[in-house]
Design a protein around this ligand. Structure first.
Ligand code: UDP
Length: 319
C-alpha cells in the first residue's frame, strides 16, 4: 500500500521514450501509477508509439534532444536514460548523435539526477563486450571492442556512459545503476530499422528474399520486450542495485540461419533464404549470463522465442 502511494506521487523521466523499448517502458510505468515524462527528439523514435500513453493525464511528451541541458520539469524521482539510435544501420546513419547522447547526454542527466536526488538508470548494451572472447558474457568481462571501427560510435559511447555513471556513483553519491541490454525484439520495432527480427519477419511477410548476413552461424540471444521492460523496472527499483551493472537479456541462443528458417516456417512464407556479406565487426556470438539479474533482482525472462515471434509477426501484419 505504502509502495503504491509512493509510486502514485513519484515522477519518472524516460529519455528515448518514443522509441521501441522506451515507449513500452513508459506504458508500464504509467500502469504502475507513476507520472511520466517522455523525452525524445524523434531521430529514430516515433510519436505513434505513445498513442496509448497520450490518453493518460499523468503523461507528458517533450520533443527534446537530451544531449542538450534538460528543461525544468519539477521534481524528478527516477531517470531512465534510453535515448540513442540502437540498430546497427541507425547508429551508422547518425554516428555523431549516437556518440553525443550516450556521453554528453549521460553526463547532463547524471547532473540532473544529482540535483534532484533522483535514482538513475543508464541503458548500456551487450555491444560493450564487442566480439566476445568469453562466452556466455558475465558482467565481469571487459570486452573485445574495436575502438575506431564502424560500431565504435555506439560501443565506445556506451562504455563512456557506463564510466560516467560510475564516476557519479563514486564521486557524487548518485544512486545510479547500469543495464546491459542484449538483443530485444517485439511490437513497435520499426519495420525498416535493419535489425534481424524486423528484417526477417517483414521480408517473409512480403515474399522478399530473407537476407542472412554471412554464413548465418553467428549467434544472438533474443529477449522479448515485456521481459526487458520488467527487468529494467526491477533493476531501477531494487534497493540493492546502486552502483551495479547487470546484464538483461534472454540466454536462449540461436544461429541467425536457424532464426531465418524459424521465421520462414512461422509465417508460412515462400521467401527464399539468401546469404549476403557479413557486416564488419559483426560479433560472432552473444549470450548473456544472467545469474546476477536472477540473484540480485529475482528476474528472468518468461517469454519463449516462439511466443514472442508470434506476437511480433501479428503486430507487423497490422501495419
Ligand atoms: N543479420 C542478418 N540479416 C539481417 C539483419 C541482421 O543475418 O537482415 C544478422 C547480423 O549480421 C547479426 C545478427 O543478425 O549477426 C543480429 O543483427 P542485429 O542488427 O539485429 O543486431 P546486433 O548485430 O546489434 O546484435
Amino acid at each position: 500500500m505504502d509502495n503504491l502511494k509512493k509510486n502514485k506521487e513519484s515522477t519518472c523521466v524516460v529519455t528515448g521514450g518514443a522509441g521501441f523499448i522506451g515507449s513500452h517502458l513508459v506504458d508500464a510505468l504509467l500502469d504502475k501509477g507513476y507520472k511520466v515524462f517522455a523525452l525524445d527528439n524523434l531521430l529514430t523514435g516515433n510519436e505513434n508509439n505513445l498513442v496509448e500513453a497520450q490518453k493518460n493525464p499523468k503523461f507528458t511528451f517533450i520533443n527534446y534532444d537530451v544531449s542538450r541541458e534538460l528543461p525544468v520539469l519539477g521534481h524528478i524521482d527516477y531517470i531512465y536514460h534510453l535515448a540513442s539510435p540502437a540498430s546497427v544501420p541507425d547508429y551508422q546513419k547518425y554516428p555523431e548523435e549516437t556518440a553525443l547522447v550516450n556521453t554528453v547526454g549521460t553526463r547532463g542527466l547524471l547532473k540532473v539526477a544529482k540535483a534532484h536526488g533522483a535514482k538513475f538508470l543508464f541503458t548500456s548494451t551487450s555491444e560493450v563486450y564487442g566480439d566476445p572472447k568469453e562466452h556466455p558474457q558475465k558482467e565481469t568481462y571487459w570486452g573485445n571492442v574495436n575502438p575506431n571501427g564502424i560500431r565504435a560510435c555506439y560501443d565506445e559511447a556506451k562504455r563512456f556512459g557506463e564510466m560516467m555513471t560510475f564516476l557519479y556513483v563514486r564521486n557524487h553519491g548518485v544512486d545510479a545503476r547500469v543495464a546491459r541490454i542484449f538483443n530485444t525484439y517485439g511490437p513497435r520495432m520499426r519495420p525498416t530499422d535493419g535489425r534481424v527480427i524486423s528484417n526477417f519477419i517483414n521480408q517473409a511477410l512480403h515474399g522478399k528474399p530473407m537476407t542472412v548476413y554471412g554464413d548465418g552461424v553467428q549467434t544472438r540471444s533474443l529477449c522479448y520486450i515485456s521481459d526487458m521492460v520488467s527487468g529494467l523496472i526491477a533493476l531501477m527499483e531494487s534497493e540493492k542495485s546502486k552502483g551495479e551493472v547487470v546484464n538483461l537479456g534472454n540466454p536462449e541462443e540461436y544461429t541467425m540461419g536457424d532464426l531465418a528458417t524459424k521465421v520462414k516456417m512461422m509465417t508460412g512464407s515462400a521467401s527464399e533464404i539468401t546469404h549476403t556479406d557479413l557486416p564488419p565487426d559483426d560479433p560472432t556470438k552473444r549470450r548473456p549470463d544472467i545469474t546476477k539479474a536472477k540473484t540480485l533482482l529475482g528476474w528472468e525472462p518468461q517469454v519463449r522465442l516462439e511466443a514472442g515471434l508470434t506476437a511480433t509477426i501479428e503486430y507487423y501484419k497490422t501495419l
